[in-house]
Write a protein that binds this ligand. Structure first.
Ligand SMILES: C[S@@+](CC[C@H](N)C(=O)[O-])C[C@H]1O[C@@H](n2cnc3c(N)ncnc32)[C@H](O)[C@@H]1O
Length: 220
C-alpha cells in the first residue's frame, strides 16, 4: 500500500488516481502556466499518472502535441482514455515506460514536466541528462517535488530524494546538465523548479573539444 504512489496499479491504483488528481490540480495549473504552451509546440511528461497535466496542455492550444511515459499500465489506460486526451489522440503519444532512457530523439521537445515523480527515478543524474538531451536548447522544464520533510521514506529509489536536502541537490543536478534553474513559489508544500535547457555539449571529435596537440597528431 505504501508503494501505491509509485505504482498505482489495478482498482486500488484507480482509486488512488482519483484522489491524486483532486489534490494535484493546483500543481497541473502551475506547471501549465510555467510551460506556457505556444502554437505547434511539443511537450513531454514523465510519470503522467491520470493525465491531468497532459489534458491541460492538449486543451491549451489545438496545435500542441504531448508525449509521456509512465510505467504503470493502469495509469496509461486511465490517461489515454480520459475525454480530453481521447478526443485529441492524434496529438497525444502516451507510452508505458520509465524516466530513462527516453524513446525520443535529441532536441525533440519544447518543454517537459515531472510532477511528483522525480522521487521514483533510480538514477536521477542519468534521467536529468536524458531530459536535457530530448529538449531543444532553451526548452523549458518544470519539476514539482513532493515534500518529504526531514525524514524521507527509506524505500524511495532516488538517493537525491532520500538525502533530506532534495531541492538543493535537484537544482545542482539540473545545473550539471546545463540547465539554468529558478525556484518558483511552492504549490502547497511541494517545491517547484523551473529550468531552461542550455546548448548541448559538443560531440566527441568536435575540433573545439580536442586539444591543439591532438589535432597536430591527427593531421600528421
Ligand atoms: C504520485 S504519482 C503522480 C502522477 C502525476 N504526475 C500527477 O501529478 O498527478 C507518480 C507517478 O509516477 C509514475 N512513476 C513511478 N516510477 C516512475 C519512473 N521510474 N519513471 C516515470 N514515472 C514513474 C507512477 O506510475 C505514477 O503514475
Amino acid at each position: 500500500m505504501r508503494h501505491l504512489p509509485m505504482h498505482p496499479q489495478g482498482w486500488a491504483g484507480r482509486a488512488f488516481g482519483v484522489l491524486m488528481e483532486r489534490l494535484n490540480r493546483p500543481a497541473y495549473a502551475a506547471a501549465a502556466h510555467l510551460l506556457a504552451p505556444r502554437e505547434d509546440e511539443h511537450f513531454l511528461e514523465i510519470g503522467f499518472g491520470t493525465g491531468g497535466l497532459v489534458a491541460r496542455l492538449l486543451s491549451a492550444n489545438p496545435t500542441v502535441r504531448v508525449a509521456g511515459v509512465d510505467p504503470t499500465s493502469t495509469m496509461v489506460r486511465v490517461a489515454s482514455t480520459r475525454r480530453e486526451v481521447a478526443s485529441a489522440s492524434h496529438r497525444a503519444d502516451l507510452r508505458e515506460g520509465r524516466d530513462a532512457p527516453l524513446p525520443w530523439p535529441d532536441a525533440h521537445f519544447h518543454g517537459a514536466a515531472a510532477l511528483h515523480s522525480f522521487q521514483f527515478w533510480p538514477d536521477p543524474a542519468a534521467s536529468v541528462a536524458e531530459i536535457a538531451r530530448v529538449l531543444v536548447p532553451g526548452g523549458r522544464l518544470v519539476l514539482i517535488l513532493r515534500d518529504h520533510g526531514k525524514r524521507p521514506p527509506a524505500w524511495l529509489p532516488n538517493d537525491v530524494s532520500r538525502s533530506g536536502d532534495e531541492v538543493r541537490a535537484a537544482r545542482n543536478l539540473l545545473a550539471a546538465s546545463g540547465f539554468r534553474v529558478r525556484l518558483e513559489a511552492p504549490v502547497g508544500s511541494s517545491a517547484v523548479l523551473f529550468a531552461i535547457a542550455g546548448e548541448p555539449p559538443p560531440l566527441d571529435g568536435d575540433r573545439s573539444t580536442v586539444p591543439p596537440g591532438a589535432i597536430q597528431e591527427h593531421s600528421r
